[in-house]
Design a protein around this ligand. Structure first.
Ligand SMILES: Nc1nc2c(ncn2[C@@H]2O[C@H](COP(=O)(O)OP(=O)(O)OP(=O)(O)O)[C@@H](O)[C@H]2O)c(=O)[nH]1
Ligand SMILES: [Mg+2]
Length: 426
């Protein structure tokens, strides 16, 4: 699966379908023209969805085709015939694909878990036909509504793989060999630098437990400034929960393992605070080779107490089980990986459909529903503080809090949103 072209960042051009126009027409019988309004509604334009799919591993498909237009809604017909709605477009992406605004680089959404479906751009609403505008006083409305026109957008899709554990280290230290031993993944392994050119994911199973492990290309000094294959791949371990730092303890390439370890850590720190803060276990690999024992002692002397250190031979599969167990133990103490909350409220913006409704239920709760609320429920992770801040900000911006207060909601009252509830605070 390795060494094929790997694309993890692309720019695409997308446009949801326009709404079809409503029809303006009147029933006509022989000799009796224009009896009553019978113009049908225009169809809604197709929407564009993003679906995270674990069977998709990169964004290659979007490099070859980058224009995606959902179909327009058809205009309404006479005889109350509604126009056909435009078909939706579903774009499949690997789990962990971020959508960014190319101008601001802000994150718009994160297609994080398998099967997650995100509404990227809603189709324009179809216009109402003139039959809809009939009232007690207006029997012959001679007008209909236009469909809503949507705007095209450029978007960046950027893959940031979702894994629990990231393997980092210099080239050729045996990261891919380790992954191949502890999981069913079959990464390319060879005795030269930069064998791995793109991230490999493997599921590591241990009795009833499992975790996802990512093997990335080797790092070298200056990687955070772009040296080697550097920078680009560091992003793929940024959302792992912990790191297994692999060193070649035999020093068989005339390098010093203590030095190697410090250099890679300096690169991680230079790239981002988040990477530097991830908990690390150290895998001293190639322990089967000459000189390994001596180096291991020296290494432990230097880092014992600060880190958990494991001696192993990935090639022979020795010591790997202890490492896997230690990973599982550490993971149990760490928060789960989570989607990155969006920076901006962009979705559904222009089709005029972001609406909300407030109802009281028997228990006196204020229940929020409507497309705005649906959109938020789809994009917000309720127990994530950043995500909740976004949620609150949007409710405020969209006037939901004001509307709640107007409907008599007071401090301490319960507001229900989807499956969750919160307490109203003015
Ligand atoms: N003796 C010995 N050789 C090993 C061990 N683990 C890996 N190797 C060898 O080291 C070489 C490099 O292994 P890889 O797994 O490709 O190393 P890598 O860290 O993924 O390398 P890059 O992808 O280039 O960063 C191969 O020839 C492996 O057979 C080990 O425990 N002992
Ligand atoms: Mg490799």
């Amino acid at each position: 699966m390795d060494n094929k072209p790997f694309t993890d960042k692309v720019k695409i051009h997308v446009k949801a379908g326009d709404g079809g126009d409503g029809m303006n027409s009147f029933k006509a019988y022989k000799g009796k023209p224009a009896c009553g309004p019978d113009g049908g509604d225009g169809g809604n334009g197709g929407s564009i969805y993003l679906v995270a799919d674990e069977n998709v591993h990169d964004l290659l498909a979007y490099r070859f085709r980058h224009k995606y237009f959902a179909a327009n809604g058809e205009r309404g017909g006479s005889n109350l015939k509604s126009g056909k709605s435009g078909e939706d477009l579903v774009l499949k992406v690997p789990c962990g694909t971020l959508v960014r605004d190319p101008e601001t680089n802000k994150i718009l959404c994160d297609a994080f878990s398998h099967g997650q479906k995100i509404l990227l751009l809603a189709g324009g609403r179809g216009g109402k036909g003139n039959a809809r505008f009939t009232t007690a006083r207006r029997h012959a409305p001679n007008f209909s509504q236009k469909g809503v026109l949507t705007k095209p957008h450029d978007l960046i899709l950027e893959l940031k793989v979702v894994a629990d554990v990231g393997l980092v280290g210099f080239p050729n230290v045996g990261k891919s060999t380790l992954l191949s031993k502890i999981s069913a993944a079959k990464p390319k392994i060879a005795d030269y630098h930069f064998t791995t050119l793109s991230p490999n994911l493997g599921v590591v199973k241990y009795y009833d437990d499992s975790f996802v492990c990512a093997d990335i290309p080797g790092l070298i000094e200056g990687a955070s400034r772009g040296a080697g294959l550097g920078l680009d791949f560091l992003r793929h371990i940024e959302r792992t929960r912990m790191i297994v730092h692999v060193v070649d303890i035999s020093g068989c390439e005339d390098r010093d393992p203590v030095d190697d370890f410090l250099k890679i850590n300096a690169e991680l720190a230079a790239y981002s605070e988040k990477l530097a803060a991830l908990p690390q276990l150290i895998a001293c690999n190639k322990a089967d080779l000459l000189g390994a024992e001596e180096n291991f002692k020296r290494f432990c002397k230097r880092f014992e107490g600060e880190y958990s250190i494991f001696a192993l031979s990935a090639v022979k599969g020795e010591g790997t089980e202890e490492l896997v167990r230690a990973c599982l133990e550490l993971l149990r103490t760490l928060p789960p990986a989570e989607p990155i909350p969006p920076d901006e409220d962009f979705l559904l913006e222009e089709n005029g459909e972001l609406e909300f409704f407030i109802e009281r239920d028997e228990e006196g709760r204020f229940v929020l529903t409507g497309s705005l609320i649906d959109m938020l429920c789809r994009n917000v992770v309720m127990n994530n503080p950043d995500s909740m801040m976004y949620f609150e900000r949007i409710l405020k911006q969209r006037g939901v809090f004001r509307a709640l207060a107007e409907q008599g909601c007071q401090n301490g009252d319960t507001v229900a949103v989807g499956e969750t509830e919160f307490e109203f605070v003015e």
